[in-house]
Design a protein around this ligand. Structure first.
Ligand code: URP
Ligand code: ZN
Ligand code: ZN
Length: 479
């Protein structure tokens, strides 16, 4: 099958020009002015932007967490991603404590295989790493899993101690791979949480009040120091505050190879969401995520960090739970309970929110339309940078001859109001939108994954067909 995209304005992280793009099979074969080629299908992209498919390097599909499982699986979640202009996700496989990481990877392959509509890769969440397991990390890298996520947060669940961090960091560095870090001092936060619970401070707002930005900054500082000594490239996930960003800047000034992502929720939402229906209301549970939403002034600092290249990518940390999960009192086999698990205490609210579908439109609107970042930087932050950092470039993350034909035809003039009720903006399996009522200018019209048109003018064309992508090691190219 072949496809000709005519008359579009091609935008990459570095270029901006008018051209036709000719795709044959999975791959971009020619780019040029008025290409004289015959194609099975032709799309007229006049007046549209032709950009690389979005890459979201941080999603949690079908993830057991917080006493339930995230509500999108690799079917619904990747269809929603496609509608939003994302053509590759990097999700997280989880090692069960005391078990093999390879077994964990196998479990996640089974969850995704045959279900995903867009391409996917995995980071490996490491929950323990005794010496005898260290060789597994090389096997994972050989199998295309070239980054590991470790947690300083969630004691008793995903948390690992500094010794484990150091051992895993050393091994990852020796293997030429990268560490992703959830950087927050979970031990201290747990003490603050216990005190709040003792004082009967149990509503969703207390999720934010018990997680000071200083504890995020401390985690970032510690992760950078350990990575520096262990000599491994580091990537801080879901950075949420000015305090934490300051530590990234300091580390980079010292010459440490540390990058960081932030997420739309920290750029567009703030801690006032927890007070939607008052101090003791429960609606704020929709935005209980970790790190928590911050005071509003942090948003400007994060946008500035994106513009000035102190932050490197925008991911979603898509980890949806319904506000009213399909669980009712008395159900024997609750299927994916949701936020209601924490009605009595914020400590029981499953952490995470939906967003994989909203990232590209929000970043275009808040970034480009509102004048905070350039069009090239928008592409870099939503696609190219993650491709380079996580071993997908130049196969993915750009529009170039030989690259996968992962392409979004983006209408810069289409206006949409994001809403759970808008069937053009909400395909995620969540009974609310984190960005309810946000109006955006600019929206993906046609989404192409390896030459297949999967969304055309806002309608789904096909499901399935997504493939696992084996990623290259840090600093290596994927061809
Ligand atoms: O609240 C969040 N972020 N849930 C997903 C797990 C994580 O920490 O990334
Ligand atoms: Zn995390
Ligand atoms: Zn996450």
């Amino acid at each position: 099958m072949s496809l000709l995209i005519k008359n579009g304005r091609v935008i990459t992280a570095t270029d901006d020009y008018f051209a036709d793009v000719f795709v044959e099979g999975d791959t971009i074969k020619q780019i040029g002015k008025e290409l004289a080629v015959k194609a099975d299908h032709t799309i007229d992209a006049a007046g549209k932007l032709v950009i690389p498919g979005g890459i979201d390097p941080h999603t949690h599909m079908d993830m057991p967490f917080g006493g339930t499982t995230s509500s999108d699986d690799f079917d619904t979640g990747t269809v929603a991603a496609a509608f939003g202009g994302t053509t590759t996700i990097i999700d997280f496989a989880i090692q069960q404590k005391g078990r093999s990481t390879l077994e964990g990877l196998d479990t996640w392959h089974k969850k995704a295989e045959g279900k995903a509509t867009i391409d996917y890769a995995f980071h490996m969440i490491v929950t323990d790493m005794p010496d005898e397991r260290l060789p597994e990390m090389r096997r994972l890298a050989d199998d295309g899993v070239t980054s590991y996520k470790l947690f300083m947060a969630y004691p008793g669940v995903l948390y690992v101690d500094d010794g484990t961090l150091y051992r895993a960091f050393r091994q990852a560095g020796e293997n030429g791979t990268r560490i992703s870090m959830h950087a927050e001092n979970g031990i201290v936060i747990d003490e603050i949480v216990k005190a709040a619970v003792r004082d009967k401070k149990l509503s969703p707002m207390w999720h934010a009040k018990t997680r000071p930005t200083r504890m995020e900054a401390e985690g970032v500082h510690r992760a950078i120091a350990i990575a520096e000594v262990a000599q491994v490239p580091l990537y801080i996930v879901h950075l949420s505050s000015a305090d934490a960003l300051e530590q990234v800047k300091l580390g980079r000034m010292r010459g440490v190879d540390v990058q960081a992502e932030t997420c739309p929720q920290y750029l567009f939402l703030d801690e006032s969401m927890y007070l939607k229906d008052g101090y003791d209301g429960f609606e704020g549970a929709k935005w209980v995520m970790t790190p928590a939403l911050r005071e509003k002034w942090n948003q400007d600092v994060l946008w500035q960090g994106l513009k000035m290249h102190h932050l490197h990518a925008v991911a979603t940390d898509h980890c949806p739970f319904c506000f009213n999960g399909n669980w009712k009192p008395g159900d024997k086999t609750p299927e994916r309970p949701g936020k209601e698990l924490g009605r009595e205490s914020f400590t029981k609210i499953p952490n995470g929110a939906p967003g994989v579908e909203n990232r590209m439109a929000l970043m275009y609107h808040g970034g480009v339309v509102e004048g905070r970042i350039s069009l090239n930087r928008f592409v870099e932050l939503t696609s190219t940078s993650a491709a380079k950092t996580f071993g997908l470039f130049p196969k993915k993350g750009t529009i170039a001859v030989g690259s996968d034909a992962d392409i979004v035809i983006f209408d810069p003039n289409r206006t949409e109001t994001i809403s759970v009720k808008n069937d053009r903006t909400h395909h995620m399996r969540a009974d609310f939108s984190a960005y309810e009522g946000f109006t955006v200018k600019g929206y993906p019209d046609t989404v192409i994954s390896r030459g297949r048109v999967i969304v055309d003018k806002g309608s789904k064309k096909t499901s399935g067909g997504g493939r696992f992508v084996k990623r290259a090691r840090a600093g290596e190219l994927l061809r």
